[in-house]
Design a protein around this ligand. Structure first.
Ligand code: C5P
Length: 218
């Protein structure tokens, strides 16, 4: 049996990594996991039960009940959940509870594209291909603003910008598995690229490392 192909796609909030990772999974036939949803699901579960995202024991207990299948991206992208998710994500107990399920998902044949913050550095340091997707903070806040508007919410631009900056700071400065660029990652800056151009850049990185569409996951 051939070894699972693992593509790690990391990057900050609003960089476009999840959209691009999902699309790459579709074109390559690999499975897809947006690992941010795992942390969002922990935050949502705590909210539903009146727990605090700073309560490590409650958050770890919630994390142990999460399954990667069946998470609802739409419900987990409401305002406020991203901030709470980055708080629970800073807890070592939560990260430990979610580590093995991510590795299992990645290693299941034919392999997977995982989007997150620490996939290439911690979850799958032996990934076949590592990509770091980034964009300027202004552009990432603009995308987030449009996303919230499209959901029928009434965001305030300055507030969205502050929230993205605060989440960046929390994700980069935390002690466990902080957001950082793996030294063997291909960096793609999507600030001035549209989705098609960004996808083409990812496809090119995939083809250079793994091969053309002809021998993708075989
Ligand atoms: O990617 P998304 O914005 O949905 O992730 C929500 C939060 O989950 C991030 O701000 C980050 O704190 C956390 N996260 C993480 N590690 C991952 C994926 C997400 O810490 N692999």
């Amino acid at each position: 049996m051939s070894r699972a192909v693992i593509v790690a796609i990391d990057g900050p909030a609003g960089s476009g990594k999840s959209t691009l990772a999902k699309r790459l999974a579709a074109t390559t036939g690999l499975r897809f996991l947006d690992t941010g949803l795992l942390y969002r699901a922990v935050a949502a579960r705590l909210r539903a039960t009146g727990g605090s995202p700073l309560d490590a024991a409650a958050a770890a207990a919630a994390a142990r009940t999460i399954e990667p299948e069946g998470l609802d991206p739409d419900a987990l992208h409401g305002e406020g959940i991203g901030g709470d998710a980055s708080r629970v994500a800073a807890l070592p107990e939560v990260r430990a509870a979610l580590l093995e399920l991510q590795r299992r998902f990645a290693r299941t044949p034919p392999g997977a594209v995982l989007a997150g913050r620490d996939i290439g550095t911690v979850v799958c340091p032996d990934a076949t291909l590592k990509i770091f997707v980034t964009a300027s903070i202004e552009e990432r806040a603009r995308r987030r603003f449009e996303e919230l508007r499209a959901r029928g919410e009434a965001p305030i631009h300055e507030r969205v910008l502050l929230e993205v900056a605060e989440r960046d700071r929390r994700d980069r400065e935390r002690a466990v598995a902080p957001l950082s660029v793996a030294e063997d990652a291909v960096v793609i800056d999507t600030s001035t690229l549209d989705v098609e151009q960004s996808h083409a850049a990812l496809e090119a990185a995939y083809a250079a490392r793994i091969g053309s569409s002809a021998n993708r996951t075989s």
